[in-house]
Design a protein around this ligand. Structure first.
Ligand code: ADP
Ligand code: ZN
Length: 758
């Protein structure tokens, strides 16, 4: 599916001493040739950023090809200068950029722009600096006494430096004495101290202490997996990507750590991707502790760093001062060289897909990059994506399983609460907390144990379902829940575009009590406060966790048992380990299930499995309650028995039958604009042009309104394309798009391998 297609061809070196550089001008997307002047020859590489003269000014460009000759050879101008001495895009990264550009149909210029952090792009090498102060000699006793009378502050500074072992920094001295700068100036003149400028790293973990940790003795299951990983490290060329499918707590991370240890022994580097949400201080601590003797050589990249920190972490990698990089999605673009291993933890996480241009999937890029780097890649998960699982089944990936937790504990008991049987207790006919779950929480409060209540609020328009039989209105042709659109009061299928009036009574059982499923964490919190006025509770979602460190602080409170109940969204579903939590409640499992998306069941299964993994991590057995109006649905039944294989088997069968990924690729085309008619018409025109000379395997729906039909004052439409082979489809799309102009104010986007239809 993801063969890197000769991405290197254009970039190939044509001789050892190229004279001409083909550059991509960053602002204009022009590709132009320039002469490499003699004096810059050692600094102009593939992937270098350079200044070039362009229309009477200087422009910034990236060298994308080195040549011996150019069609315009006589008329070329020289490159003016390079930015830094080393290429900002290592050769393999430039290859990856080309590949990404072709696969996702995104201009190379935009890809290169995304690859560099903003601060690196606009202010490279803007390091903070400080002055290092060294004591040359202390004045002898007499002089010192004289000085103490004449200039007591000078003496104080000298004594401070002396007490500090004869070394200090200006910033430290200034903390003690704001006037230190002037005083140091005088002391330097007197020859008593020396001063030299040093670069200061903005280290996000400066204040933290890390206890060294030693590798653990692996369990039998771990040893078997690790042995395979070691083999792959020895012979990467013969090793397909490895899918480590291990239940939560089976010790995947321990395997990653030991594998990285081996990579470092071979003097190579390792790149680790984790979802943003699990890039918690605990995760980073585990790495920094294991590799404590070289913790300075671990770079961390994620979106909560300040611009300055990100700049410094990037340069740490660029200047080869890091050999482990841990980061979220965009860390796949870390300018790491000599890569010996790439790991993608929680490979099923949808957040690996970027939802703006370039719409890349970091897990898929990891597989491609590993191939380019000639190193093994490990994808890890407790609930693999069906894409990866299918790749493993077909032999493209190697499946490595771990079924037991290292602590030998059994998985928590999972109970399904059938909400159809619950009395309607709140005004709008929705029961937020079932009697069973209420009693379970009550029991925890009495025993001093903790509970997590989970509510996945994603989705804006909600599905229409029957309160009596639980059936949701589903499109007859596509097997996805239809979405109610308030604007035209119709149910619409987002795959094929079919519309219909919402039924007045349930189409399955005839009961008139149809209702839109939907309440959020905020309302849940209010209700639970009323039910348990004595409980100490906190809510964790993107609305309440705006402040920096707020999430960390709340989780600390919870961990130290100063809170009884945590209510939250996905933010609390992953990677958290609280030994005193013995109860997890899922307030509405149907929310994810009813998304207008063929991946709804997969998401639900993953979410429920993950949430359940939060219960009973300590000494006591955990209990999980799943509230649902559709207790019979496969995603819920299979997750109840933590039966991934059963779920995957039946879900994959469905996907095959309905022509969905992983059996077909998708391209979701969107159009939006202030004028609904213009936006819709643009898609219709595009659709009819796509029909001509289309690849034989193309399946195309009708343009229809997006689930989010209007946003930011713009009307949105979409069109789903599916095909077995993605490359011909993308090339066809590219050709059609090149020959079209859209009305002013209409924006057309495309998402290759779209993760959701929304
Ligand atoms: P996963 O990443 O699969 O969820 P972890 O690697 O985080 O699993 O391991 C879960 C827990 O088990 C951690 O506390 C870890 O320290 C511990 N652990 C892992 N491997 C071993 C081992 N071989 N022996 C003892 N404890 C282990
Ligand atoms: Zn349909």
């Amino acid at each position: 599916l993801f063969e890197p297609q000769d991405g290197g061809a254009v970039l190939e070196r044509e001789s050892d001493q190229p004279r001409i550089a083909r550059v991509l001008v960053e602002e204009t997307a022009l590709e132009l040739d320039y002469i490499i002047p003699e004096e810059l020859a050692h600094r102009v590489h593939l992937g270098s950023r350079v200044h070039v003269p362009l229309q009477g000014r200087r422009a910034i460009a990236v060298v994308v090809q080195l040549l011996n000759d150019s069609p315009h050879a006589g008329r070329l101008r020289p490159i003016a200068d390079t930015i830094g001495t080393k290429a900002m895009f290592p050769e393999n990264l430039l290859k990856l950029a080309k590949w990404l550009s072709a696969y996702y149909l995104c201009p190379l210029r935009q890809v290169l722009r995304t690859m560099l952090p903003e601060a690196v792009r606009s202010r490279p090498e803007s390091f903070l600096s400080d002055s290092h102060i060294s004591l040359v000699k202390m004045p002898d006793t007499d002089e010192l006494e004289k000085l103490r009378k004449a200039a007591p502050i000078q003496v104080r500074i000298l004594e401070t430096i002396q007490a500090n072992g004869g070394e200090s920094t200006l910033s430290m001295l200034r903390k003690e004495l704001p006037r230190a700068t002037q005083v140091i100036h005088v002391l330097v003149k007197k020859g008593l101290v020396t001063r030299s400028e040093v670069r200061v790293e903005r280290d996000p973990f400066q204040e933290e202490e890390f206890m060294p940790s030693a590798p653990l003795t692996l369990t039998e299951e771990q040893s078997a997996v690790y042995a395979r990983v070691l083999q792959a490290l020895e012979r990467p060329a013969d090793s397909p990507p490895m899918l480590v499918f291990g239940v939560t707590g089976s010790g995947k991370t321990e395997i990653y750590l030991q594998a990285i240890g081996r990579v470092l022994e071979k003097n190579k580097t390792a790149l680790v991707l984790v979802p943003e949400i699990s890039l918690t201080p605990q995760t980073i601590e585990r790495f920094k502790s294991r590799f404590s003797e070289r913790k300075q050589r671990i770079a961390v990249l994620h979106s909560h760093l300040s611009e300055g920190e990100r700049h410094d972490e990037w340069f740490k990698i660029h200047e080869e001062r890091a050999d482990i990089v841990i980061g979220a999605r965009s860390a796949i673009f870390a300018p790491l060289e000599n890569v010996g291993l790439i790991i993608v933890d929680e490979e099923h996480e949808p957040s690996y897909k970027q939802d703006e241009n370039p719409r890349y999937h970091a897990r898929d890029l990891a597989v491609v990059r590993a191939k380019m780097e000639g190193c093994p890649v490990i994808l890890g998960s407790a609930t693999p994506s069906l894409e990866s699982f299918e790749n493993a089944k077909s032999g493209k990936y190697e499946l490595l399983r771990m079924n037991k937790r290292t602590d030998g504990k059994s998985l928590p008991l999972i109970r399904i609460v059938d909400m159809r049987l619950e009395k309607r207790r709140t005004k709008d006919g929705f029961s937020i907390l079932s009697e069973k779950l209420r009693l379970a929480v009550q029991a925890r409060l009495e025993r001093g144990e903790q509970s997590i209540l989970f509510l996945n609020r994603r989705g804006f328009n909600t599905a229409l379902s029957c309160m009596k039989c639980g059936v949701t209105c589903v499109c007859p042709d596509c097997s996805v829940a239809m979405t109610f659109h308030k604007s035209d009061t119709k149910l619409i299928c987002h795959v094929c575009g079919m519309r219909k009036l919402p039924p007045r009574k349930c189409e399955s059982c005839g009961d008139p009590s149809l209702s839109f499923a939907g309440f959020g964490t905020e309302r849940a919190e209010e209700t639970i406060r009323k039910v348990f006025p004595q409980a100490r509770l906190a809510r964790v979602d993107t609305d309440t966790m705006q402040r920096k460190n707020q999430l960390r602080d709340t989780l600390r409170l919870f961990r130290s048992q100063k809170l009884d109940i945590l209510i939250g969204t996905q933010m609390i579903a992953k990677g958290l380990d609280f030994p005193n939590v013995t109860l997890v409640g899922v307030l509405n499992a149907d929310l994810a299930l009813n998304l207008p998306d063929y991946r709804a069941a997969e998401r639900t299964f993953q979410l429920l499995t993950q949430v359940a993994g939060r219960a009973g991590r300590g000494e006591r057995q955990g209990e999980v309650f799943i509230q649902t109006y559709t207790p019979h649905s496969p995603a819920i039944q299979f997750s109840r028995h933590t039966d991934f294989d059963g779920f995957a088997e039946q879900e994959l069968e469905q996907r095959q039958q309905w022509h969905y990924p992983p059996y077909l690729h998708t391209v979701l085309i969107g159009s939006r604009g202030k004028e609904a008619a213009h936006a819709e018409f643009s898609l219709q025109t595009l659709a009819s042009r796509l029909q001509k000379e289309a690849p034989p395997d193309l399946i195309m729906g009708e343009p229809c309104p997006s689930p989010l039909a209007k946003a930011h004052g713009q009307f949105r439409f979409q069109l789903l394309l599916r095909a077995e082979k993605i490359r011909p489809l993308v090339m066809h799309l590219q050709k059609v798009l090149a020959g079209m102009t859209f009305p002013e104010g209409v924006i057309v986007t495309w998402d290759v391998d779209a993760m959701s239809l929304m």
